[in-house]
Design a protein around this ligand. Sequence first.
Ligand code: AN7
Length: 415
Amino acid sequence: MVHQECINCKTQYGIDEIVYFCRKCGDILEIKFGMTELGEKLKASDWKKTPISVWRYRDFMPIHEATRLVTLSEGGTGLHRSQRLCDELGLKQLYVKNEGENPTGSFKDRGMTVGVTKAVELGARHVICASTGNTSASLAAYAARAGIKCTVLIPSGKIAYGKLSQSMIHGAKVLQVRGNFDQALEFVLKLAEKHKDIYLLNSINPFRIEGQKSLGFEICEQLGNEAPDRIVIPVGNAGNISAVWKGLTEFYKLGIIKKLPKMTGIQAAGSAPIAQAIKTNSEKITPVEHPETIATAIRIGAPVSWKKAVNAIRESHGTAETVTDEEILDAQKILARVEGIFVEPASASSIAGLKKLVKSGVIGRDERVVCITTGHGLKDPDTAIKQSEKPVEVDAEMSAIENALGLKKQAILAR
Ligand code: AN7
């Protein structure tokens, strides 16, 4: 009832087969369920009694029943009604789904709990990924949890420190490739092809996408089994927007939600092949050879899941937009200051894109919008510190502290 399927030529593969690209046409794969069977399974299941989390949706996951899960309690992140940000942007109803609340601080944990569980189920002892930082941080943690070896390839010099520290402390073998993410990805693809004992966990791995689709499920359930009018989401390699859309369409086919939202992808101006393809209505993307942006997490020029993403955006009548580094940093600050939510620059791109699209009238002021913030601000403290007011150094004296605060000297009142 459940199998892997090529998104292009529809060739099918079993869920216990290790295959990353279609052997016939070379395109990427997705997991397909028989929806009638899944519906029947859900009727007999008590999934609605489990707390909101990735594994609440175990029935929707292509994992065998007897398999022990590799989990750190992922998902169940807050959907925060953000009234002050609404006022700031001129919207009526806005929620921030804050994925920074996951165990390693990003949405990647949703995919990794399923991906690493699958890896162990398949008997893998060594997992690998290329990463702009968050994927590697998450994989390192889940590999540690599972007690298997982990190797990560990251672009040298361009990943945020918080993320690097995570991969290191969890004991992954970290290779800093003198090149960008897209080059690092090419190497891990070749490595996994050549060395069959290494299991690849980049987002071309469809089992990771299955975990990440829970993000779409949760949003609907947190809104009382309703989809919002629109979901705004940062896009890099394009796995996440594809995953959220997959979750939404499954809920729709099962009749759990009655309408689907407009998927709206935001890319950094210097790394925006998908947004360009949407804007120019073109069939294909043109990879960006030298991607640049302060949002290093989404500094990706040749997104592997672009077809799935473009399809999600077009099928849902959504759109895509680009935002500059300045707009990203401004949005990061606004979100931190009006809602108390600290996110890394890549995450703030969704807020920046929302702001831009409301201003240009593409997003209506009456729309009910969910903005996904994908990673915690502490992932990249350097950027936050650079754009904030510096701490004021003072002598350890009351008067100096009062002076620095601009407080008038007051006589201490006798009690
Ligand atoms: C915070 O870690 O690609 O469109 O290697 O870390 O699914 O790629 C990170 C991506 C958005 C984009 N926000 O998601 C990696 C990596 C944050 C991210 C994205 C990433 P996709």
